[in-house]
Design a protein around this ligand. Structure first.
Ligand SMILES: *[C@@H]1O[C@H](CO)[C@@H](O)[C@H](O)[C@H]1NC(C)=O
Length: 375
């Protein structure tokens, strides 16, 4: 064997090795993450035992409902619907080697302390923007399903992921009413580069708009025509980003028969009157799950496991709804989330209805799956 062929062989072998390693990594990234209850990474066993004995950790009360993906990590919200939720904002790596995924507090344990208003109290939604800022909606109220207790003002915390540090706290106290129920948030940058936060308030039939640079917010009240007939209804919002031209927010109440949109430049100008477009009739009650960060919206019908993709450039009609995913038995999606690094969509799903009815046994099963299944 000449040294040249030997060298070629070595090169070929190392190339094959790289492909092999890449395949292992990809396999890890394709496998769903799955866990039950609050599968947290504790500092040590005595801390866990202490949390358990004092009622600060009740495994079956923990459920992740919202997520965002940053590089190879998934940042997850565990709203404090019930007592015993030690971590309201967690992080789990997509590259898990164990069957049961392990969630660490994000950014640390001290940020999770219930009752300490300097820590997160109940995180209900998350949004990562193009500048690697994580926006965290903390409603400040815990035990929301049983006996709600306010622990801090409602607020949005901006966390700079690249610098790994908290950047801003937006106090929403002045924008809410006693009855407010803040549910979803989305963030965009105006053409002049100023960030704006949009938050749905189901109880006051409004969208809160926060001009971060100007440190001021206002409430845009929606017309009566947008409401449905449900008690304690849910107000979904989805930010559609057009790349060029105006972005808009698609919104609908769970129980409303119709779906609406408003251009975000109108929201930033502080007025909705005459600017809301009725874009169609929903075939059924629909749960808006998220977007692809572009013009597509993902949704499912209430209680149904099929997820549809609707390109908002087309009319809101069943002929334009593409079936893209179906959850396994007992699972329902609570979010469809973009995985930018791999240009894929993932689905956060759980047996949420069982959780609400307290019939989860050892704990809610939670799963983050690739939308398009295995390779
Ligand atoms: C367990 O971790 C907690 C929190 O970090 C610490 O205060 C405590 O000393 C640790 N206990 C043991 C036995 O290592």
């Amino acid at each position: 064997m000449t040294s040249r062929t030997r060298m070629m062989k070595t090169t070929l072998l190392s190339a094959l090795f790289i492909v092999y390693v890449q395949a292992i990594c990809d396999k890890e990234l394709v496998r769903p993450l799955e866990w039950t209850g609050g599968s947290f990474e504790w500092p040590n066993l005595s801390t866990k035992a202490l949390y358990k004995s004092s009622g600060r950790f009740i495994g079956k009360n923990n459920i992740a409902t919202r997520a965002q993906i940053y590089k190879d990590d998934v940042i997850v919200a565990f709203p404090r619907y019930k007592p015993g939720i030690p971590v309201t904002l967690g992080k789990v790596c997509l590259k898990q080697r164990n069957c049961e995924a392990v969630i660490s507090p994000f950014p640390d344990w001290s940020s999770q302390e219930e009752g300490n208003s300097a820590a997160f109290q109940s995180v209900v939604d998350l949004f990562i923007d193009n500048n690697e800022i994580l926006w965290i909606l903390d409603v400040g109220v815990v035990n929301t399903l049983n006996s709600p207790v306010r622990k801090s003002p409602p607020r949005v915390i901006a966390f700079n992921l690249r610098a790994n540090k908290q950047a801003r706290i937006l106090d929403l106290s002045g924008l809410v009413a006693q009855a407010s129920r803040l549910q979803y948030l989305a963030v965009e940058y105006a053409p002049d580069g100023r960030p704006f936060v949009y938050i749905s308030d189901a109880a006051t039939r409004s969208l809160l708009v926060f001009d971060v640079a100007g440190n001021r917010g206002y409430r845009v009240v929606l017309p009566k025509a947008v409401v449905g007939c449900g008690r304690r209804d849910v107000l979904y919002i989805a930010l559609v980003q057009k790349g060029c031209g105006n972005n808009f927010i698609i919104f609908t109440y769970l129980s409303s028969p119709r779906i609406f949109s408003i251009r975000t430049d109108y929201l930033r100008a502080g007025s909705a009157s005459g600017k809301i477009q009725d874009i169609g009739v929903k075939p059924n009650r629909a749960v808006i799950l998220g977007t692809d960060l572009g013009s597509a919206i993902f949704f499912r019908y209430e209680g149904q496991s099929e997820i549809y993709r609707w390109d908002t450039n087309t009319p809101f009609l069943p002929a334009n709804f593409v079936l893209v995913y179906k959850s396994d038995n007992c699972f329902l999606a609570t979010q469809a989330v973009a995985d930018l690094r791999r240009e894929r969509m993932r689905v956060l799903e759980s047996n949420f209805p069982d959780y609400v009815q307290d019939t989860v046994g050892c704990g809610a099963t939670q799963k983050l799956s690739l939308m398009t299944g295995c390779l």
